[in-house]
Design a protein around this ligand. Structure first.
Ligand code: TXA
Ligand code: MG
Length: 353
């Protein structure tokens, strides 16, 4: 398939109308959102959803998030809008928050991975919103990566994974956040966080009073608790390298990583290190020169860390890195989502130092 690639930094271009037509007619278009790039199809067309699964190589029991461009679009898609959902929408929409509702009959099970619920998000990105409007239908969109790979935060990541597999890619440059949306199930009382994201537990709890967490998110897969968001059970975001995370006091962690990294590098193995701005000095002058060390950003600004995380994993892949030694990050606020993604990327390979 020939994929049309359109580069733009505004929502005011003709190709967005063309992209909307493609989606309405059952085709696939990748587009930027404020979290990560999405791979869009009509949410009301079962066959279009099937194409999304095929393009990503994604298991078909893993439901898609349905994107809307205003709150009015929610009502026909759901059985009911609970009060807590209204509160969460008031506080965080448009934005990086997905809500799970009981689905109405117009949403095909092909979109929801066979579930009777539907996940809905109103993104805060002009291109995404203009595209949904142009399509005239809600857009089902998973992250626009091949299944198992890190989510795309740049147009070139989408091109790497999806060129030749879909009808169009809208390359809107770097996304703002770099982590997928927080998912909250509002079909249960109190509501429950199924996936951590930029809207933190504390923020969401502030809006609704009581808020639970799906315990599976806090456990390792071998503990056998089945996550309520089907996608959370898969190995995800995984770089090709053997990635391990070291947790503990910063200087001790750096010492440990330096020894391990130099040892591997000495054997001719391509090694990468993931750290933060504040810790770079701990490694200075202590690493063999062909070791690549990357700071994800400023520990006091976790949004900088979130933003570079998936890109860094992809860059290591492109460079043929075989081993990645990474630091752990604090798990408070957005840090919970950051460590959730990194832990999966590392296949739960976390070492206490
Ligand atoms: O930020 C985001 O949410 C991005 C952008 C493109 O909007 N999308 C995204 O989609 O991350 P995806 O497909 O990569 O992840 C969707 C997650 C999966 O873990 C899936 O199992 C869960 O949402 N999910 C979708 N529908 C669900 C439902 N009805 N009940 C429970 N979990 C659901
Ligand atoms: Mg994904």
């Amino acid at each position: 398939m020939n994929t049309k690639i359109v580069k733009t930094d505004t929502d005011n271009i003709e190709e967005i109308q063309e992209a909307g037509n493609i989606i309405r007619q059952g085709g696939l278009v990748a587009f930027p959102t404020e979290t990560v790039y999405g791979l869009g199809a009509s949410a009301l067309d079962e066959q279009a959803a099937a194409k999304v699964y095929a393009a990503k190589g994604r298991p078909s029991d893993n439901p898609l998030i349905v994107h809307v461009c205003n709150r009015k679009m929610v009502k026909p898609l759901v059985k009911a809008i609970p009060k807590v959902a209204e509160k969460l929408m008031d506080a965080f929409w448009p934005g990086p928050l997905t809500l799970v509702f009981e689905k109405s009959d117009i949403v095909p099970k092909g979109t929801t991975g066979g579930l009777n619920t539907v996940a809905i998000r109103y993104p805060n990105h002009p291109i995404a919103n203009r595209l949904i409007e142009a399509a005239g239908v809600p857009i089902a969109a998973p992250s626009a990566n091949l299944s198992g790979k890190p989510s795309p935060t740049l147009g070139e990541h989408v091109i790497d994974d999806m060129d030749g597999r879909i009808d169009m890619i809208i390359d809107g440059g770097m996304v703002g956040m770099g982590l997928e949306s927080t998912i909250i199930d509002v079909t249960v009382e109190p509501p429950m966080v199924l996936r951590p994201g930029f809207i933190t537990y504390e923020m969401a709890k502030g809006a609704v009073g009581q808020l639970n967490i799906d315990q599976a998110v806090l456990k390792k897969p071998e503990e056998g608790v089945k996550p309520k968001a089907p996608g959370m059970k898969y190995r995800h975001y995984a770089p090709a390298a053997d990635y391990s995370i070291y947790k503990g006091e910063a200087e001790q962690v750096a010492k440990k990583i330096i020894v391990l990294a130099n040892e591997k590098s000495n054997q001719g193995i391509k090694v990468g290190i993931i750290t933060a701005d504040q810790h770079l000095k701990l490694y200075e002058g202590k690493l063999y020169e062909n070791i690549k060390i990357v700071s994800l950003g400023d520990l006091d600004k976790p949004e900088t860390i979130a933003n570079k995380l998936f890109k860094t994993l992809r860059d290591f892949d492109k460079e043929g890195t075989q081993f990645i030694f990474g630091e752990a990050f604090a798990e408070d606020n957005v840090g919970w989502a950051i460590m959730n993604r990194l832990t999966k990327a590392a296949g739960y390979n976390i070492v206490d130092v």
